[in-house]
Write a protein that binds this ligand. Structure first.
Ligand code: IMP
Length: 196
């Protein structure tokens, strides 16, 4: 059965291919561009919205996989959370979002504060719908260090490390990330649906 991914992001497509040890197809190759309104109130709801929209647009049997992720700071009541990709406004760049969050810390007079990343992965098929989560806890700091990773990584120090994800090797992030943890939980679900 076809595995269809609800993203065009090349990095994500590669990560999912490696995880599933199978061919995964970016949805646009099958349905063309779709308008997906991510108006859920949680990562799980938004991942499900993406997966369901694509599942319904397909004219063949498939397993659709979607993810939604972001960073949350308890001191900011969980912001930017589900709005991480557009924290500095619709169409904002990763850098603009990063520096807006750094400014939010500075405004509070904080050098550092607890933070965590969340990833929700939704799997939708004719056999049912599933959602799993992964988290990575750590500390957000008031400056950007290093240029590895993406998004908020230069200001995030994972628990147990002294460097930011912008400075640490990609292999470290791959081993401990919210997405890797969620993927490890999604994998047996996808395999079970493929066997059914
Ligand atoms: P989406 O899951 O593709 O909607 O992306 C959510 C947003 O959360 C991204 O644009 C980033 O700003 C942020 N984000 C999610 N995961 C990560 C990560 O692993 N590192 C840095 N930023 C992330």
């Amino acid at each position: 059965m076809k595995l269809v991914l609800a993203t065009g992001n090349r990095g994500k497509v590669r990560e999912f291919r490696e995880m599933c040890e199978a061919e995964v197809i970016p949805y646009k190759e099958l349905t063309g561009e779709l308008e997906i309104v991510e108006d859920g109130e949680s990562f799980a709801q938004n991942a499900l919205i993406k997966a369901r929209t694509i599942f319904e647009a397909l004219d063949e049997e498939a397993i659709v996989i979607a993810d939604d992720s972001g960073i949350s700071l308890p001191i900011l009541d969980g912001a930017p959370g589900i709005y991480s990709a557009r924290y500095a406004g619709e169409g904002a760049s990763d850098k603009e979002n990063l520096y807006k969050l750094i400014d939010a810390l500075k405004t509070k007079g904080l050098r550092e504060t607890p933070a965590y990343y969340t990833a929700a992965i939704a799997v939708v098929s004719s056999k049912g719908e599933y959602v799993v989560h992964g988290w990575m806890h750590g500390t957000a700091i008031d400056e950007a260090r290093g240029d590895k990773g993406f998004g908020y990584d230069p200001m995030f120090i994972p628990e147990g490390y002294a460097l930011t994800l912008g400075e640490l090797d990609d292999a470290v992030k791959k081993a401990i990330s919210h997405r890797a943890k969620a993927m490890a939980l999604a994998k047996p679900i996808i395999e079970m649906l493929q066997r059914k």
